[in-house]
Design a protein around this ligand. Structure first.
Ligand code: ARG
Ligand code: GLU
Length: 717
């Protein structure tokens, strides 16, 4: 077997002038080549090797992908992980009951034995990253069909993964970068026993809730604590009471020194998805169609859920996580539309494309290769427009109406049975049961029926050619009353957890027959099959064409626009971004300072309010200015902003200072800058982090969790 080595050659093809603006989510193993000088000129005191190294310890060894959807960092030698409250929220909610309400009251384990296991939650370390572009693209030629190309690549990927050297506890995956013009191999190690250690009450961890979400100035202590457990050999192991706290080789050092404007910062984590190199029409469609449609449907859905949550404590627990998720993207899209509109993002793209075309036309070689790319993109995006809009509707309908998501899941039993008989059914059953157990715990059919009533009309009224005929027909027969329509479908047995779970104890044939005749499943399969024939079958080939064009366009941009900085779009792989602590001008005449204080929490305080209540203990500490070693000059810092380029998935990412010491915990972006996924603008794009001193103050002074403080490595200067 051959060791897969780092071959930078493929990358050299694409090397561009070192970063000017501090936009970008950079690959850690390329920092020394591409970014180190710039980082040092911004004030960094450590080297790129201190951030990423595979031979000796580096900051990388403390970074984990938290459950695949957030980031965390290891902050003690006994495996303590720091992440956001909203990242740990699923776990916090899961263990909450009306009696032990950890959402409302917080949770602090005083000993290891009080720490709570979480089924399905994992933490993944990145052991090394290798450029395998040459190996993966071997045998790919320019005149291959897309299918041929993909099959060569798939074969190469399987081969490279198989031959890559790794330890028995390690795994690997390969991901495409720059629209699959480059490929990297990630060697990982995943721990599957991750336990809840601590969380502040929501009134701190999610202070300001949805009103303050995506907004600066912010006053949220958005953190929670978990711990990695390993077997006696300190290796990954499934949950077992025998497991012990993971002995971490390189936990982060925490700085109590604090920050000031223009200080160097970096954020290390797993940004999920960005689209920085889109064609102008793609951006226009997001601004004019896709975002608005999703926003409208969600506005209605959120009103329904919110109404119930405010009235009923149990519904509030059941729907808290769902509500937060739906609302989070809903609000972000609104900020995105505003930002893209205000900064004329589409026009900026058009100007860029004009320049691109001019340069291409001026060079025969380029003209031959890329002369028609923009036109081809235009045609393809025009073609896809109605179908991608229909995809947005479909996604929202199926996911917002829980009866339909539930039907979709149960329907997989039917499809597995149809495909692979009883065997297929039996393989599928435990997965469905898992889903159902979680689903019903958080389900209320009265809430859901109302959701159906407000959401379904969007689908029926606005989607003429793509609507399942019988549902539009029935709608008309019911005098367009969604309520009447709902009454029929909420007679389905599947809204009843006991009945459904009982049914699934019967034999496969009986289950399948019953499910097939259920009204809700019939509705779902009707909507689905209409979608498959009228939307998906048209959409998929156009989407495939766009993927190829986007890949070529990406390559072309890097070849033609030499003066522009290129970094790969986020794809849930480990990245580092850097910048400075900095305020900004959100609009004319207004400047936002870079940090907030506990005084601001008290300014926002509304006794008994759903979003802005403040726990009594915190008010007491404020009144006495009892900030311990964490305050400065009688004030307690809470959050700060910086110019780091982050996105969803960066939640929970550690924020480091010039010396690589932990100074904050990333959790959000500012309203004016949420468009940075598509159009980063250095003047208004800021990430938001909790000041680490506030985190420590809450653990120490508010919760009295000295056991946790004792684990940490704190430095004062
Ligand atoms: N907007 C942040 C993110 O995208 C924070 C979300 C959690 N906070 C909230 N109030 N829902 O995840
Ligand atoms: N809150 C986001 C998350 O969950 C991070 C903020 C952002 O999107 O930048 O990852």
């Amino acid at each position: 077997m051959k060791i897969v080595r780092i071959f930078v050659t493929a990358f050299l093809l694409f090397i561009v002038v070192a970063a000017k603006a501090d936009e970008g989510m950079w690959l850690p193993q390329l920092l020394s080549k591409l970014n180190e000088d710039r980082m040092k000129s911004l004030g960094m005191k450590i080297s790129a090797k201190d951030i990423y190294d595979i031979n000796s310890g580096s900051l990388k060894d403390a970074i984990v992908s938290f459950g695949g959807f957030c980031t965390g960092s290891v902050i003690s030698s006994t495996g303590l992980i720091l992440t956001n409250h909203h990242c740990g929220f699923g776990a916090i909610q899961n263990h909450s009951t009306l009696q032990n309400n950890y959402i409302r009251d917080g949770f602090w384990a005083k000993t290891y034995s009080e720490e709570i296991a979480n089924k399905g939650l994992f933490a993944t370390f990145i052991k090394r990253i290798d450029d395998v572009s040459n190996l993966i693209l071997k045998g790919v030629t320019a005149n291959m069909s897309e299918a041929e190309r993909q099959s060569v690549i798939d074969k190469n990927i399987a081969e490279v993964r198989k031959n890559a050297i790794k330890k028995p506890t390690e795994e690997n995956f390969i991901r495409g970068f720059f629209e699959a013009n480059q490929y990297y191999l990630f060697t990982t190690e995943t721990f599957n026993d991750v336990r809840l250690v601590g969380a502040p009450p929501s009134a701190i961890g999610n202070f300001g809730k949805d009103t303050d979400n995506w907004v600066w100035p912010r006053h949220t202590g958005d953190f929670s604590l978990f711990r990695i457990y390993a077997n006696k050999e300190n290796m990954p192991a499934n949950y077992s009471p025998e497991n012990v706290p993971y002995k971490a080789p390189k936990p982060v050092t925490i700085s109590l020194k604090g920050i000031k404007e223009n200080d160097f910062t970096m954020v290390y984590g797993f940004p999920g998805r960005t689209n920085e190199y889109l064609y102008s029409d793609a951006v226009r469609q997001i601004v004019e169609l896709s975002d608005p449609v999703k926003i409208n449907i969600r506005t209605s859905a959120l009103q329904v859920i919110d109404g119930f949550m405010r009235k009923d404590e149990l519904i509030k627990i059941q729907y808290a996580a769902k509500y937060a998720n739906i609302a989070n993207a809903w609000k972000k899209w609104q900020g995105e539309v505003l930002g893209l509109t205000k900064t004329n993002a589409v026009n900026k793209k058009l100007l860029y494309e004009t320049e691109f075309q001019k340069r291409v036309n001026a060079n025969t070689g380029l003209k031959e290769k890329y002369g028609s790319i923009l036109n081809d993109l235009k045609t393809a995006y025009n073609e896809i427009e109605p179908y991608s809009l229909a995809r947005d509707y479909y996604g929202e309908i199926i996911n917002r109406i829980e009866l339909l998501s539930l039907s979709a899941n149960l329907n997989t039993l039917i499809t597995s049975y149809t495909k692979d008989g009883v065997q297929g059914y039996e393989k599928r059953l435990p997965i469905v049961l898992d889903y159902l157990n979680k689903f019903y715990k958080e389900y209320n059919s009265t809430v859901d029926k109302k959701l159906f009533e407000v959401v379904m009309p969007y689908y029926i009224n606005q989607q003429s050619d793509f609507v399942f005929d019988s549902i539009s027909h029935e709608f008309l027969l019911n005098d367009k009353s969604a309520e009447n329509l709902a009454s029929k479908y909420y007679k389905s047995m599947i809204i009843d957890s006991a009945a459904t779970l009982n049914l699934l104890k019967q034999n496969a044939v009986e289950v399948i027959t019953t499910l097939q005749s259920d009204v809700a499943l019939k509705l779902f399969t009707g909507i689905q099959s209409k979608y498959q024939t009228n939307v998906q079958e048209k959409l998929n080939p156009i989407q495939a064409k766009i993927n190829v064009l986007q890949r070529t366009y990406m390559q072309a941009q890097m070849e033609v626009m030499k003066d522009k900085t290129f970094y790969p779009d986020a794809n849930s792989t480990l990245r580092l971004t850097y910048g400075k602590v900095k305020g900004y001008y959100p609009r004319d005449g207004v400047y936002y300072q870079y940090s907030t204080w506990l005084d601001g929490v008290m300014e926002k305080y509304k006794p008994g309010d759903y979003e802005f209540d403040v726990p009594e203990k915190l008010r007491d500490l404020y009144a006495k200015k009892d900030y311990g070693i964490y305050g400065v000059n009688g004030k307690m810092p809470v959050c700060f902003i910086a110019t780091n380029h982050t996105t969803g998935g960066n939640s929970g990412s550690p924020v480091f200072d010039a010396y690589g010491r932990l100074i904050g915990l990333n959790f959000d972006r500012v309203w004016e800058g949420t468009m940075s996924d598509i159009n980063y603008d250095a003047s208004i794009c800021r990430n938001i982090q909790v000041d680490i001193r506030y985190v420590l103050f809450i653990i120490d002074k508010f919760a009295g969790a000295k056991n946790i403080i004792k684990e940490l490595n704190l430095v004062k200067k």
